[in-house]
Design a protein around this ligand. Structure first.
Ligand code: PLP
Length: 416
């Protein structure tokens, strides 16, 4: 990977790639939904499978020359089934949102009711937000977290389900740091005769390694992305019971997608093989240990964390007591080389473009092999910037961030 050809043929894109490599090397990335993919995953995704059309499914294609694409897709399916213990898997969704779209389009009619976690309490856009296709096509009812505990209020979910009788109950979130009780939610879905969809996009790596209970035994459908804790290429996936397999496959192709991205399915297959290894279990365990330590260290410095901690790879910081908005915290931390994202907190009085919170997660720093002592150091950096009104500390912390990153190098084999 030296990008010589891109340098010659497209210097502007070359320049952007080089700057991105530098950024990923030099900054402490705490975006909870990101990860650094392995060299093998990058090689598979950069392979000539990008050339191949393979509409259809293994051995049932609408194009010739698919014999090697069939190997790729079949291996991805086999490994994903093993990883999650699922009856049926579709590895073709281009994204997490498209995985969700395929489930909705297969089993709901426009105007049907869905009950999902509110975006402002940690849910995802594609779970019924008004600006998203899911909120445009379906009637959304939202549940949230308890104001005091920051935990999902399951009694409220049950009340809402009984009152509104949704056709589908959705679980899963983008900014919820605690174990989700899939059994209780599945009971609620049963009580009102609703389908039960669980979107494990964020926690897929934890589920695959047993660090978060699996929804597979309880849910009709499980959707995920493959690029977050799972550490694969950007993409989506659907797991479901055999009885739904045909409808799901037909909805992905020809329903809402054309040809699958064979190079991405190859990278998914590689990532699933990596995820089946012992070292991936250790990696995920460290992700959670790091998140717990980061949360502990931040709380000891006076940061308020929603639900007072985390069971997963992420946490949501409520900045209300710090006299800074999420938006400003994101900017000032980034100047010092620490990348986070602003995030609404439950019951936020600020708009999503400003917010009162930031979300932080540990998949990337753990991919860099950082452990608990480094988490305490990072908490110190964050506190020095936010508690000291940022500016005076920026240059000093930036140097420290860069030197910490040098101690935990990444992508050294990429030699631009
Ligand atoms: N579902 C959840 C819970 C997510 O957090 C995300 C992305 O952040 C998605 C779905 C959507 O994934 P994508 O960005 O691939 O459409």
């Amino acid at each position: 990977m030296n990008f010589e050809e891109i340098k010659k043929c497209d210097p502007e894109i070359y320049d952007a790639i080089i700057k991105e490599i530098e950024r990923e090397r030099k900054k402490i990335v705490l975006i909870a939904s990101e990860n650094y993919a392995s060299r093998a995953v990058l090689e598979a995704q950069g392979s000539i499978f990008t050339n191949k059309y393979a509409e259809g499914y293994p051995e049932r294609r609408y194009y010739g020359g698919c014999e090697f694409a069939d190997i790729v897709e079949s291996l991805a399916i086999k490994r994903a089934r093993e990883l999650f213990g699922a009856e049926h898997v579709n590895v073709q969704p281009h994204s997490g949102s498209q995985a969700n779209m395929a489930v909705y389009f297969s089993f709901l009619k426009p105007g049907d009711k869905i009950l999902g976690m509110s975006l402002s309490h940690g849910g995802h856009l594609s779970h019924g937000a008004a600006v998203n296709f899911s909120g445009i096509f379906y009637q959304t009812i939202s549940y949230g977290v308890d104001k005091k505990t920051g935990l999902i209020d399951y009694d409220n979910v049950r009340d809402l389900a009984k009152k509104n009788r949704p056709r589908m109950l959705l679980a899963g979130a983008s900014a919820y740091s605690r174990i989700i009780d899939f059994k209780t939610l599945s009971d609620i879905a049963d009580e009102v005769d609703a389908y039960f969809l669980v979107d494990i996009a964020h926690i897929a790596g934890l589920v695959a390694t047993g660090l978060h209970p699996s929804p597979v035994p309880y849910a009709d459908f499980v959707t995920t992305t493959t690029h977050k804790t799972l550490k694969g290429p950007r993409g989506g996936m659907i797991l479901c019971r055999s009885e739904y397999a045909k409808a799901i496959d037909r909805m992905i192709f020809p329903g809402i997608q054309g040809g699958p991205l064979v190079h991405v399915m190859a990278a998914k297959a590689v990532a699933f093989k990596e995820a089946l290894s012992e070292s991936f279990v250790d990696y995920q365990a460290q992700v959670v240990k790091n998140a717990r330590e980061l949360a502990r260290a931040l709380m000891s410095k006076g940061f308020k964390i929603i639900s007072d901690g985390t069971d997963t790879h992420l946490m949501l910081i409520d900045l209300a007591n710090k006299a800074i908005t999420g938006k400003d915290a994101e900017s000032v931390l980034d100047l010092a080389g620490i990348t986070v994202n602003k995030n609404s907190i439950p019951y936020d009085d600020k708009p999503p473009t400003v917010t009162s919170g930031i979300r932080i997660g540990t998949p990337v720093v753990t991919s860099r092999k950082m452990k608990e002592p480094e988490m305490a150091v990072i908490a110190g950096f964050i506190s020095q910037i936010i508690d000291n009104d940022g500016r005076p500390e920026i240059e000093r912390i930036k140097e420290k961030v860069e030197s910490l990153c040098k101690e935990y190098p990444v992508y050294e084999y990429i030699k631009p």
